[in-house]
Design a protein around this ligand. Sequence first.
Ligand SMILES: Cc1cc2nc3c(=O)[nH]c(=O)nc-3n(C[C@H](O)[C@H](O)[C@H](O)COP(=O)(O)OP(=O)(O)OC[C@H]3O[C@@H](n4cnc5c(N)ncnc54)[C@H](O)[C@@H]3O)c2cc1C
Length: 336
Amino acid sequence: MSSCRLLQSELKLWTSGRSKWTRGLNEGIGWSGKAFLSTSCCPKVCIVGSGPAGFYTAQHLIKARQDVEVDIYERLPVPFGLVRFGVAPDHPEVKNVINTFTQTAKHSRCSFYGNVNVGKDVTVGELQQAYHAVVLSYGAEANRRVGVPGEDLRGVYSAKDFVGWYNGLPSCRELSPDLSCETAIILGQGNVALDVARILLSPLDTLKKTDITQPALEALAESQVRKVLIVGRRGPMQVACTIKELREMVNLPGTRPEMVAADFEGVPEALKAEAHVQTHSPYTEPSGNCSQVKIASDVEELKTGCRYRELLFCSNAHYVDLLASSLSLDKDVALI
Ligand SMILES: Cc1cc2nc3c(=O)[nH]c(=O)nc-3n(C[C@H](O)[C@H](O)[C@H](O)COP(=O)(O)OP(=O)(O)OC[C@H]3O[C@@H](n4cnc5c(N)ncnc54)[C@H](O)[C@@H]3O)c2cc1C
């Protein structure tokens, strides 16, 4: 079947109650098909997904060739992927990249089509017939399961969903995390863990100045969470967060970092050794006792309105055991 005929036969896909977007899509697909069939010298490229990967691809294609035309298809009604729905709302500077992406989207040789779920509304095969090239840049979708008993229990949320909830991702709107408990545990010690901890513990006045969703703000205003444990499998040498984010965390208003000297036993030596033989061993087994970083809040009188009580970085307590014992603590623990 020719691509033109195939696309015509599939036009019903674009006419099922989404007139605003489908009109553009019809034109985009139809035009592309014609361009392809009429051996137009103008290359048409289709990009699936409008996150950073998609937009950087579009940007570079447009810059590299004066004749290329780019159509970006996005499943959500709005562009920018995890820059919009992942990056923490109190880090607006990271989202500045949206300005560049917007310039690309406005370019005369770039078109954005939202609300198009590739694989459902249109197949990759159909796109291949309509475009000279198809770029798949649809990001990482699924959650990674920990594989321990209890992870499906109520009160256990994936960071992806929790982040999506406070960032307004439509599919996470109904999450309503239970924040009536005093302790939250976050598994993993990367930047996303710190994002979640910061959102749970930041003063409301700080959050109010961000573009966090109103329902999340209201839920956080009622939150009883006073203690956050950030749990990692291994020691401080393997913590995955960056220094900037860690500094920001320990400087959160109402907190005082408390480093226990014993937790760092062996770490300076290990650092020196690592600098020496950097390439030989990317993975260091945790040693018995050099693995706990404790950052505790000021236990003195807390200022009124300060929601922050305690932040504890736990490493080397085997996270599976911790998860299991946390679950047995019943309702006092929220797991994220
Ligand atoms: C919670 C969180 C916080 C982060 N914070 C930072 C940070 O502060 N700084 C930083 O540099 N990085 C951060 N990152 C990482 C960064 O967001 C990602 O590396 C980046 O967004 C990946 O870009 P991408 O284009 O590959 O995927 P995504 O941003 O995920 O974009 C993929 C797009 O494809 C769309 N899509 C998926 N399937 C389909 C389909 N079938 N049809 C059409 N469209 C589809 C999706 O809706 C999405 O819009 C964070 C990530 C997370 C999860």
